[in-house]
Design a protein around this ligand. Structure first.
Ligand code: BGC
Length: 365
């Protein structure tokens, strides 16, 4: 008798366990999400895994889209334009319902974008504007001119350019000419710094201050290092370089290597700027080898982009905050601009660690 009661109790407990096991919250939520999104598939084309930010962007996009029940095809093209074209062609052929593209060369996708339009597949431009096409519905990005202004203002304030009687040497390392963001960053930067180049507070000994003279194809770290080495040997044999105005953390790493090679130490280490607040860059900021970076919360960008995907696929309303700045040569693309934030030794804990972007442990490793 006792055995029977125990057996019955066990059966109830087992059924309960099984129910909890299959029930959970996740399963019904996912099923509901899939039903709502109709099992639709989103192709996400990212430029490269050579820089950490795009890995975070891709991961965040995939995670958010999957949470909503979309199937995701995430591809990286390792900065090879043709590979990106093929990847997008394959996505179209495999029947994706929407494309999210962070381009390598923003003008090189015109044909494949036309194919997508023809097939009725909407396109969202991710971080980099897609140029010369009317096939793009929305654009999610950071305020790209604002990135340049923030870097310029940081240099202006740190060196007290408005009030100082000192002069400072400076060299520029700008982004890829096939990336619209690089041009906008340069414009924002020069809006702040050009007056100081004009009045002699800033001295660029190489004479290379134009975008064309300072841009670096495909954001190559190696080219940035090479350029910095050339500047140091060619123009800074008798005088230190005080400022490396760079547009990307990868360039800051290249400058760091060149400066170390040329024997720079803590005593004469220049102010070095960057962009993306990569993990390595943030560690370099803590150790003093990089002065600042521009923090771009890729979680937020992914979130904004996902609302655009939902808008084109489910007829929802995405949040837009710019309908003027992003003319791609064919149309003005409705955009959402996230706000970039300058981070340095003084505020990285508040912004990056407290914001949950990196943990103190990750930064200490
Ligand atoms: C992005 C930057 C990034 C750069 C290099 C640009 O388009 O806006 O955040 O540093 O590409 O990957």
């Amino acid at each position: 008798m006792k055995k029977k009661v125990l057996g019955a109790l066990l059966s109830v407990a087992m059924v309960a366990t099984l129910l909890v096991g299959c029930g959970g919250d996740a399963a019904p939520a996912t099923t509901e999400a899939s039903a709502a999104t109709g099992g639709k598939k989103v192709g996400v084309a990212m430029p490269t895994q050579s820089s950490e930010r795009w890995i975070n962007d891709g991961d965040n996009m995939k995670k958010r889209l999957e949470e909503l029940g979309y199937e995701v095809d995430l591809q990286y093209a390792e900065d090879d334009v043709q590979m990106q074209v093929s990847q997008i062609e394959n996505m179209i052929a495999s029947g994706v319902n929407c494309l999210v593209i962070a381009s390598i060369d923003s003008g090189a996708l015109v044909n494949v974008e036309a194919q997508a339009k023809e097939a009725g597949i909407p396109i969202i431009a991710y971080d980099r504007l897609l140029m010369d096409t009317d096939a793009v519905s929305y654009y999610a990005t950071f305020d790209n001119k604002g990135v340049g202004t923030a870097i310029g203002k940081y240099i202006e304030e740190k060196k007290d350019l408005a009030n100082t009687s000192e002069t400072f040497t400076i060299e520029f390392f700008m982004g890829s000419p096939d990336d619209n963001n690089a041009h906008m960053l340069y414009d924002g930067l020069m809006e702040v710094l050009q007056p100081y180049l004009d009045n002699g507070t800033l001295i660029c000994k190489s004479g290379r201050t134009s975008f064309d003279d300072t841009c670096i194809l495909r954001w190559s770290q190696e080219t940035a290092q090479q350029n910095c080495e050339n500047y140091l040997t060619g123009f800074y044999a008798d005088e230190d370089l005080d400022i490396c105005a760079t547009a990307f953390d990868g360039f800051a790493y290249g400058c760091k290597a060149a400066l170390e090679g040329a024997g720079y130490t803590e005593a004469n280490w220049p102010l070095i700027t960057g962009q993306d607040a990569e993990l390595m860059a943030t560690k370099n900021i803590i150790s003093g080898k990089q002065t600042m970076s521009i923090y771009k919360d890729t979680r937020l960008l992914a979130e904004k982009c996902v609302t655009m995907v939902q808008a084109v696929l489910e007829g929802a309303e995405p949040e837009i905050n710019d309908t003027e700045q992003y003319n791609n040569g064919k149309i003005v693309v409705p955009s959402y601009l996230c706000t970039p934030v300058a981070v340095d030794k003084d505020n990285y804990e508040e912004i990056i660690v407290k914001g949950g972007y990196y943990t103190a442990e990750q930064l200490a490793e």
